[in-house]
Design a binder for this molecule. Structure first.
Ligand code: FBP
Length: 540
């Protein structure tokens, strides 16, 4: 296979590990933990994996030793995120270091591979082909939801057949929730199979005190910010278009916020703020039109607006509509019949939407019952509605400019980029660390690497019980235990920094052009973590 010059050079990159993981590793256990909310409910659902201690690793001469080889099964779950291959190479190197005859199996096409017994053994030849590359193509990913005991039992069958003692699920909040359910079940059934999770998602919404960031967020945001910067230059050169750029991120607006901090656009909508202020769709449109008119008054009939993919679900009237549709469509596949069940208010909202957007809202849900927001063209909806509003303003004498809107959607462009140095190091460390969790017999834990704004050498390695991150939420019309999603905090440093600057960015010339990710060169160019992480850590 022909390789690019960068691919060849990048294959030789040796990801950095925290000092604690470099030599022999000793385990330190902290105090018992509890879930972030709904403690009684979570405890009763996870009697074996609730309350376990937080774990940290330290380098020590009397470190963990294993007497026999370790066999591990790896699953990539959900949307691609840069660095997945490095997690797997970290796992591989970690178990091989513990015992040279250890084996890593990869289940093909996501969690479905475990159930259908589709797998390959990952040899060093295969692993070496994928080090420091983007994508999940080493074994593929999928969104099959592991939620039935029959699926768990099929997993036991294949693990016993291959001698697998532990599964590592590399996934987002939903996949890690399922991994924890699996860990609990395997303990209850005395299968001897451990389950460890790794925090993945470009969306950045799987984070908390112990998980500082999900992998892939850093690289994806850098790719989008490069593209936004390029469009800013174009806009500022041609001075004739308003670019409405929708950015991936199923629910939370972390990606939009991070890209705004990196590029300083004229407008960036933060869904969580829209929800907190209970803004209607009309109010969101009015606020955008106001900035367009203010810029036009200064002769600037161009600009950049960042729109988070999940916005539509945070606008109160839309949220109610979508939640009703989710429940109705979970029980009724005939869309027309399902629509008849809408409340009067939601039916009115539904009818007021442009036909294409209304249709997009009724498309198939993902396996977790969520509406697939990446398929909803919010950027086009806003261009259309802002255009209409500006016409009204013109008629009222409040606007004299020209408005030509162009829509973009950046999502898939960033999910498989070659991981930045940060993600390459972070992912490799997460994987290597997961191997230590397995060697210490842990299950129901997520691999955790902290202190990530410091040089990698000083990162803190360990494990956090997944039950600690859980609360009860309504899913598919019923209350379920799930990892609490981390939305943008309006009292957090990243949002506050954005809010303090956005009025200036709206009207003045403040664009920043981050340029492409750099893999080789000075550390201030190549190794910077996201602004979100830097601001959050600085505020601690
Ligand atoms: P994960 O939560 O599984 O990491 O996926 C996130 C995501 O990239 C979202 O940003 C996006 O809405 C969704 O996946 C798209 O899903 P698909 O790849 O199935 O089109």
């Amino acid at each position: 296979m022909t390789k690019s010059a960068l691919q060849i050079a990048r294959a030789a990159y040796q990801p950095k590990l925290p000092k604690a993981l470099k030599g022999k590793v000793a385990i330190k256990e902290g105090a018992a933990t509890q879930s972030v909310a709904d403690q009684d409910a979570i405890k009763s659902l996870f009697p074996n994996t609730y309350g376990m201690p937080i774990i940290s690793f330290e380098s020590s001469d009397k470190g963990i030793e294993v007497s026999k080889p370790i066999s591990v099964g790896v699953i990539l779950s959900g949307g691609q995120a840069p660095g997945g291959h490095n997690v797997i190479s970290g796992i591989f190197d970690g178990v091989k270091k513990l015992h040279k005859d250890s084996k890593v199996y990869g289940f093909l096409g996501g969690p479905g591979g475990l159930v259908d017994h589709k797998y390959i053994e990952l040899t060093s030849e295969i692993i070496d082909e994928y080090r420091n590359t983007g994508g999940f193509d080493i074994i593929g990913s999928g969104r099959t939801k592991l939620e039935e005991t029959a699926q768990y039992d099929k997993g036991v069958e294949i693990c016993n057949k291959l001698g697998i003692q532990a599964l590592i699920v590399i996934g987002g909040d939903d996949s890690n929730t399922n991994a924890c359910v699996l860990a609990e079940y395997y303990l209850q059934k005395n299968t001897g199979i451990q389950v460890i999770g790794c925090p993945k998602t470009i969306d950045g919404d799987l984070k908390n005190d112990m998980i500082e960031t999900s992998f892939g967020f850093d690289t994806a945001c850098k790719v989008y910010s490069e593209l936004i910067g390029n469009i800013m230059r174009d806009a500022n050169s041609a001075k004739k278009y308003w670019h409405f750029i929708k950015l991936m991120g199923r629910s939370a607006s972390h990606i939009g916020l991070e890209c705004a901090l990196q590029t300083q656009p004229n407008i960036c909508i933060i869904s969580e703020e829209v929800e907190a202020k209970k803004q209607t769709l009309k109010e969101v449109v009015d606020s955008i039109a106001k900035v367009v008119a203010t810029r036009a008054a200064k002769g600037n009939n161009f600009g950049i607006a960042l729109i988070p993919e999940g916005l539509i679900e945070f606008i109160p009237e839309m949220k109610v509509l979508i939640s009703e549709l989710n429940d109705l469509l979970a029980h009724e596949s005939d869309v027309q019949k399902a629509l008849n069940g809408l409340s009067k208010a939601s039916a009115e909202v539904f009818c007021s939407l442009p036909e294409n957007i209304a249709k997009q809202l009724t498309l198939d849900r993902d396996p977790h019952g969520n509406v697939q927001v990446s398929l909803i063209e919010t950027e086009k909806l806003l261009i259309e509605m802002v255009g209409k509003r500006l016409k009204e303003m013109k008629a009222e004498g409040q606007y004299t400019g020209k408005f030509a809107g162009l829509g973009h959607f950046f999502g898939y462009e960033g999910r498989c980029a070659a991981p930045s140095n940060f993600d390459a190091d972070y992912c490799y460390s997460l994987g290597y660390n997961a191997a230590q969790l397995i060697a210490t017999g842990k299950t129901g834990y997520m691999s955790s690497i902290r202190n990530t704004t410091a040089p990698a050498e000083q990162w803190i390695a360990g494990g956090v019980p997944v039950t600690m991150m859980m609360n009860m939420e309504r899913r598919h019309g019923a209350m379920k235990p799930v990892i609490q999603k981390a939305l943008v905090r309006l009292d957090g440093a990243p949002f506050k920094t954005f809010a303090a600057n956005r009025d200036k960015w709206a009207t003045d010339y403040c664009y920043v052009y981050p340029g492409p990710i750099q893999y080789f060169g000075p550390t201030e160019v190549c190794d910077q973590p996201t602004k979100t992480l830097q601001l959050e850590q600085a505020a601690r």
